[in-house]
Design a protein around this ligand. Structure first.
Ligand code: GLU
Length: 271
């Protein structure tokens, strides 16, 4: 009798845990909850509001993917994933996946895998509204240029503009924007879609200048070994694009900044 009860209890446990394979994101989703790395300070893309809610396009992508994996919104724990922390948060298992304006690069692929891309933009430049001396990366002579540690944007400055500009690296873009408005730096550089969100919050103080000078393809970062989950996330991205929810989420979150919504990318990060 006791033995039967134990067997029954074990059966319930196995059912509750789905496949029971918690070594993959798909398995952990079946167990009922997910932890996702996002940004806290990027208007239109991903912000933690004062009431604790998360809003923005990246947040909507994260929620859509989680839902496709069987996890409801209220079972997602969001964690801050700043530029320099993303790889280590994935590798250590601190988060299940990262949706955080995360460009797909070969260097990053040495440590993590990407699903996607789910969005494409390019690096641009933001200056004070009253400043007519900086017109783009070609007119940076002696200027202080702010970007974020661990970003492709800062890397680009180091490799291409370091002769002209002095790079100032902060931990997050909102600190660069504060520095720009305070006069501590002369320009901020990162992806145009990020800069457009900040410009929309302060239209009389800052402006975008020049044309985009890189191509940034945003992917969803997952553990390198977890190809099953990468495929499942790719399917979710394709479904979000195909259903029209991708465009609706962009129009809702990014549209108000005036940033022109591009065509959806092809999902190419497949094995
Ligand atoms: N997309 C670029 C990157 O991954 C810049 C934006 C960011 O730092 O999140 O590095």
């Amino acid at each position: 009798m006791r033995r039967a009860a134990m067997v029954a209890a074990a059966a319930v446990l196995v059912t509750a845990c789905g496949s029971g394979d918690t070594s993959t994101v798909v398995g952990r989703a079946e167990a009922g909850a997910l932890t996702v790395g996002v940004r806290y300070d990027q208007p239109g893309l991903s912000q933690k509001r004062l009431d604790g809610r998360f809003v923005g396009f990246d947040v909507d992508v994260a929620k859509y993917v989680a839902k496709e994996l069987g996890v409801a919104e209220d079972k997602i724990t969001f964690k801050e994933a700043r530029s320099a922390a993303r790889e280590s948060m994935i590798v250590s298992g601190e988060v299940d996946f990262v949706v955080a304006t995360y460009s797909i690069t070969d260097k990053r692929k040495e440590q993590v895998a990407f699903a996607g891309p789910y969005f494409q933009t390019g690096q641009g430049m933001l200056v004070r509204y009253s400043d007519d001396s900086i017109k783009g990366p070609e007119s940076l002579n002696g200027k202080k240029l702010c970007s974020v540690k661990g970003s492709t944007s800062a890397q680009k400055v180091k490799s291409d503009f370091s002769k002209d500009a002095q790079l100032v690296e902060y931990g997050q873009y909102s600190d660069c924007i504060i520095g720009l408005m305070a006069g501590n730096v002369d320009a901020v550089t990162t992806d145009e879609v990020i800069l457009a969100g900040f410009a929309a919050e302060n239209p009389e103080l800052v402006k975008l200048v020049g044309k985009p000078f890189t191509t940034e393809r945003y992917g969803i970062g997952v553990a390198k070994s977890d190809s099953v989950s990468r495929e499942a996330i790719n399917k979710a991205i394709e479904k979000m694009i195909g259903s029209g929810e991708w465009r609706a989420a962009l129009e809702r979150n990014v549209g108000p900044s005036g940033y022109q919504i591009p065509e959806p990318p092809q999902v190419t990060e497949k094995s």
